[in-house]
Design a protein around this ligand. Structure first.
Ligand code: PSU
Ligand code: MN
Length: 317
């Protein structure tokens, strides 16, 4: 649903970096960017808020400063205070719902003074503006099944093609067309590194049957690859694929039928565009009785820990 754009006087400071984050960046201390669509649209309240807080703590425990990114009242924000995090997590009153912002939405959100969670694409763009090079998320968007008909390809992939930020994820959900997703990343010259795995992980599951060209087994090998990418001035992002921890993984055989059902329901109900991914996430959570949410929370924390370790390694003199 769209709402008419009303002009609001644009704040002079379009980008606000939280002082703790700004100080860390100025001193070359490690910072990890975190996205916020996962908070506003990816998980139900109140688990979304608890998870957002715990993920920030995980980054701190790993020796880095967390910088959760969002759009608040028409301003790009890098690093959120507790009240802002709370506000993003709560379901908005009807008509005042928090928007889902991809890169292309940013100008209008700014000009109309709105509030939004940022997708992987928008978060990468803003992180790069602020000078944050490492970013942790759950799963990236990709090429949707049936894209040959719908053309539904997440802007996350095109952002990875053009923005030099390292994104730590648990792969992508098999509700996407994973072979096509990997093909598009190859076309756009985005390095995809399996962390301790040679297979691209499928978010809930550790395996997908799809093999990667490059595997790194520890943080120093990962940091060395990121540094070489930087030295070559390659302008793409880097995708680090870090499988969900064994204990919380859901075998593909168990989750695939549920994903199939959710995709069919979205189709039948005519869910389109940016509503597709949030619809599927919520439906899979219902159909698994919350088990998918447990896996989701575990893998986001696992990615935050790896991103903090990577940022720390990169910050070493
Ligand atoms: N996949 C998940 N959880 C998420 C998302 C994707 O498992 O929360 C969110 C991310 O913010 C991602 C966005 O960037 O959905 C992709 O949306 P779309 O498919 O509309 O590009
Ligand atoms: Mn889409």
């Amino acid at each position: 649903m769209s709402t008419p754009v009303k002009a609001k006087k644009v704040k002079r400071e379009l980008l606000h970096v939280d002082p703790e984050v700004a100080e860390a960046l100025a001193a070359d201390r490690p910072v990890v960017a975190l996205e916020s669509t996962i908070i506003s649209h990816g998980m139900p309240y109140p688990q979304n808020l608890e998870t957002a807080r715990e993920v920030e703590q995980t980054v701190r425990d790993g020796g880095a400063v967390p910088a959760t990114i969002a759009v608040l009242d028409g301003q790009l924000r890098v690093g959120l205070d507790p009240a802002s995090l709370d506000r993003l997590a709560r379901p908005g009153e009807p008509g005042e719902e928090t928007a889902k912002a991809s890169r292309r939405d940013l100008p209008v959100l700014l000009s109309s003074g709105r509030t939004a969670g940022t997708t992987v694409a928008a978060t990468m763009f803003i992180a790069n503006l602020a000078g944050v090079g490492v970013f942790a998320t759950g799963g990236i968007g990709g090429v949707h099944r049936g894209a040959e008909q719908t053309y539904d390809v997440s802007a996350d992939l095109l952002e990875l093609a053009q923005t030099p930020v390292t994104v730590v994820c648990a792969g992508a959900k098999s509700l996407l067309d994973l072979p096509k997703t990997l093909e598009l990343l190859e076309t756009h010259s985005v390095p995809v590194l399996g962390y301790g795995t040679t297979e691209f992980p499928a978010f809930f599951s550790r395996t997908s049957g799809l093999f990667l060209d490059h595997q790194v087994d520890d943080v120093s090998a990962l940091a060395a690859a990121v540094e070489a990418h930087r030295e070559l001035r390659l302008r793409s992002g880097i995708l680090v694929a870090n499988p969900v921890p064994e204990a919380d993984a859901i075998p593909a055989a168990e989750i695939d039928g549920i994903i199939e059902q959710a995709v069919t329901e979205a189709d039948d109900q005519g869910v389109k565009g940016k509503d597709v991914t949030p619809f599927l996430l919520a439906r899979i959570n219902e159909l698994t009785g919350g088990r998918s949410l447990v896996a989701n929370i575990a893998l986001v924390k696992n990615n935050a820990a790896l991103a903090a370790a990577l940022a720390s390694e990169l910050a070493l003199p």
